[in-house]
Design a protein around this ligand. Structure first.
Ligand code: CUA
Length: 168
């Protein structure tokens, strides 16, 4: 027994190093999430509304999937995912546009990843997934299905084209 009866914290240096390491890791993870969310604009797709996957393709606005010009460089895309294509397969917007995607599936679960943007979401039948992205650079942005949805899953893709020139 030690003579000193005052309680104090003793940790083996090896153990203490692991405690410090764990705390540093937690701080690093929290900082990464904060950076992605606030600085880089990563968002979790919103569960916007619910729809009936059996009838959604026949009801507005889904009956005419595609781009809507809201003015001031703002756009909406209503997109349907189905085995094995996206409607629309091609989207064209002027550079500087802000585009909000509303995506749902008419059959099974799909995914939507739009390269070089924060658009990366699951597309679940019955649910509308919503995310917004800004397009400040001219170029082609392929989008793919990234949830295995059947035999031709790999053929399920499209392209968003950002064109030069100001927004209308
Ligand atoms: Cu749709 Cu994979």
């Amino acid at each position: 027994m030690p003579d000193d009866e005052t309680p104090s914290f003793h940790a083996d240096p090896y153990e203490r190093n692991w405690i410090v390491f764990s705390v540093v890791l937690l701080v690093a993870f929290a900082a990464t999430v904060a950076l992605a969310g606030f600085a880089l604009g990563f968002q979790v797709p919103g569960d916007e509304t619910r729809v009936d996957p059996r009838t959604v393709a026949d009801s507005p606005p889904w009956s005419e999937p595609g781009l809507r010009d809201l003015g001031n460089g703002e756009y909406e895309v209503y997109m349907l995912a189905q085995q094995y294509l996206f409607q629309p397969r091609e989207i064209r917007v002027p550079v500087g546009s802000t585009v909000t995607f509303y995506v749902t599936s008419v059959d099974v679960q799909h995914g939507l990843k739009l390269q070089d943007t924060n658009i990366n979401m699951q597309i679940v039948p019955g649910q509308v997934s919503k995310l917004t992205a800004e397009f400040d650079e001219v170029g082609e942005y392929p989008y793919i299905c990234h949830e295995y949805c059947g035999i031709a899953h790999a053929a399920m893709f499209g392209t968003l084209i950002v064109e030069p020139g100001g927004s209308s």
